[in-house]
Design a protein around this ligand. Sequence first.
Ligand code: NAP
Length: 291
Amino acid sequence: MNKLIDGKAIAATIHEEVRQEIKRIGGRGPSLAFLLVGDNPASESYVRAKKRACALTGITSILRTFPSSLKEMDLLAEIERLACDPSVDGVLVQLPLPPYIDETRIMCALDPEKDVDGFHPLNMGKLMRGIEGGFIPCTPLGIRELLLRSNIEISGKHALIIGRSNIVGKPLAALLMQKREGGNATVTVAHSHSQNLSSIARSADLLIAAVGKKGFVTAEMVKKGAVVIDVGIHHSSEGICGDVDFAGVAPLASHITPVPGGVGPMTIAMLLKNTLLSYKRRVMIHPDEKT
Ligand code: NAP
């Protein structure tokens, strides 16, 4: 099906680009620290996949695991230590954190220059203001990259994002409305209080589902010829599926992402790109590290 946007293949191309660029730059190579708190199996599996991708592209990964009894102040101390370590280019705190740890306080404690997930308020603010040079969250960045590399027109289109989380919906809205290539969309953001969602959805040229509800987007919500991007990930006994009822929606869509193999691999590819970006900025500031 040529309407299928093959995120796995596009991500593999980006992995190779990152690998080549790391080889070309030389030096110690980029390094990325993962902070994993507690024993959430999904988080463990995401970190494993990210570490594997790092290893294949020449990024050194450092894994710090902590029991769920970890005190917030100890996590803050580790973040501070990694911020001061000149050999570390990126620091990623795997979410979600245990409920007693204040996620906002942790995100604010990250060094914005090592915040390769783009969740620090300074990086989120730069994205909102359209200031170049910050880090952009990996999932929204990966979605824009998927659209650009699939030659899908974004400018002037009505993009509906279902979901307003800090990691997907909000930054994606900011990205798609930017005054630059890959932006200039007319963006609507829907959430659990939105009314007449089906009718809004039927007017969308580009529909992005980040709801966290299996099969939420059905054929009745999709305009013929729309581009449908499925961010959702749901594990069940039948395997992995997304927020979109793929079988019902695919015949209507001009392009659609599968789950798995759509947005997920792009999130990891963008993490590699952001880490490489951080490394490049660092070796340019400290040229001695090239040797
Ligand atoms: P989240 O923080 O739970 O946010 C879900 C959003 O959906 C909220 O804004 C919520 O509205 C909205 N929502 C819930 N029910 C709704 C309804 N009936 N109608 C309209 N909107 C509704 O989720 P998230 O972290 O953004 O993740 C969303 C999904 O993407 C999850 O399945 C997650 O696993 C997946 N994900 C995938 C990747 C990837 O790499 N592929 C990355 C991140 C997340 P309110 O704000 O009003 O509550």
